[in-house]
Design a protein around this ligand. Structure first.
Ligand SMILES: [Zn+2]
Length: 226
């Protein structure tokens, strides 16, 4: 289906059929009925005749059903066209959503590249959270972490900044043990926040950022490759 026919949803409306002076209870049991038009002025459902004031197109497949106030007929071609139009709209929505996600991901990748270009990390590190699982609370990001999750720089080697020193596998802002940060899932240090996106998250912890800045002033070492 092309775009024009999908957007133009003016598919013919159903045709009302006349079931006669009273509605035969057998008719309601026989509906919905799918068949082929054999005569222009009526539809025959086994044992019953439904007349049509509107000439019907002989040879076409139709569906007959009972609506709230009348018996209606629609050409299968029209039903299928409407279904295709709906499917087209659904596909288009999906495509737009996918490209929105892709664009958002691109923006995050660029932001990450710019951040680490401006603020290199001169030691081996990963980005981690101090685990505070949010489960399925309202502020959940859907990945078990709260939307307000703070991302920290996690040392993958011992670091000394002036009088501050961190062992391997410490949060830059505060030693993990001293802070009694939980490590329930055992994921710390596994660099899980690289996600599947191929880029490294930007740290958001103010103290980590402060120390990182301090460190880059005192260290001439090259940035550790991401
Ligand atoms: Zn931190």
């Amino acid at each position: 289906m092309n775009q024009t026919s999908a957007q133009n949803q003016s598919v013919a409306s159903p045709i009302g059929l006349n079931p006669g002076p009273f509605i035969n209870p057998f008719l309601l049991r026989a509906l919905p009925f799918t068949g082929v038009v054999e005569e222009a002025d009526c539809i025959r459902i086994p044992g019953l005749v439904l007349t049509s004031g509107t000439p019907l197109r002989i040879g076409e497949r139709v569906r007959v059903w009972a609506s709230q106030f009348s018996i209606e007929l629609e050409y299968m071609a029209d039903i299928e066209e409407r279904q295709q139009a709906r499917q087209w709209v659904a596909d288009e929505m999906k495509r737009l959503e996918e490209s929105r996600i892709a664009r958002a991901l691109d923006a995050r990748r660029v932001a990450s590249e710019q951040f680490y270009a401006r603020q290199p990390v001169p030691f081996k590190f990963s980005i981690e959270v101090k685990e505070r699982l949010s489960g399925l609370s309202a502020s959940s990001n859907g990945d078990g972490f709260s939307r307000s999750t703070v991302y920290h720089i996690f040392t993958q080697q011992a670091v000394t900044i002036g009088r501050i020193s961190r062992k391997e596998h410490d949060f830059l802002c505060s030693p993990a043990v001293a802070n009694s940060a939980a490590n329930w899932s055992g994921s710390l240090g596994n660099d899980n926040h690289r996600e599947n996106t191929g880029f490294v998250r930007i740290p958001t912890c103010k103290r980590c950022l402060q120390l990182l800045q301090q460190l880059s002033k005192t260290t001439k070492a090259a940035s550790y490759p991401l």
